[in-house]
Design a protein around this ligand. Sequence first.
Ligand code: BTN
Length: 281
Amino acid sequence: MTSQVSSRTFRPQPLTPDAIRSGLKTERLGQMLHIYDKIGSTNTAAHSLAERGAPEGTVVLANTQTRGRGRMGRRWISPPDVNLYFSIILRPGGDPRRVGLWTLAAANAVAQAVEQTVNLPTRLKWPNDLLIHHKKVAGLLLESVVQKGRIRFLVLGIGVNVNLLYNALPKTLRASVSSLRQESGHWVDRVQLLQRILETLEIQYRSFQAEPAGTVLKAYIARSETLGRSVRVQDQDHKWTGIAEGLTPEGALILVRSDRREVVVRFDDVVHVRPSDAAGD
Ligand code: BTN
């Protein structure tokens, strides 16, 4: 479903440190800010800063990216002035097997913030795509650096299609990708949305450090658009179709094929399919 968008096509809204810090109710996330008008990728920049000892909660934000990166080596389209592109440095320490759970916890927090902002149900396609009306409006890219069996740092990259309009999207993406403005029919304040995402993430990040995995998984499952449906997954050598029946304690997806054999999907992309499309796989 796509709403009629308001006639106001563009409101300049510079992403300045003052605007972002004013009223930001976090202790750490976003208190240290690096803002660029144009950058290659905020994840790459945040990674270099983290290597040089930047503190936890440091945010790298850009108005546009020339080499925005998505999952599986894909490009993240990053036009100026309309969307949010930012990366957060996190230093949770602990077991690298928890990285998958961090991704799910972060996706859930961002979805909660988006849902509160636009007042539309925001669902999750495994592992970390945010969907409104079944269309992707945001994606997360969590990169980890592990040393001596412990997480040294995480870079959590977040891209949200905020005020992007359809005609700015390549035609091939229009059936599956959208923006908050396109789906809600309203222009969305990028600064307020950023603040809300940082605040929600900080609360959930703190509680996740103290919580068992089960609590994170439960919250994620409640928002999942993937679980219970027919999905297709492909790695370099195989292609499977099955029902997404659950998550492992590490957050991997459990697929049950028609011959009842289980496949555990850890990294690959899944495609939601209608049962009729699955026939023959
Ligand atoms: C995906 O859905 O494939 C993940 C997309 C993540 C995009 C964001 S935009 C900010 C940060 N910098 C990047 O280069 N990528 C992430």
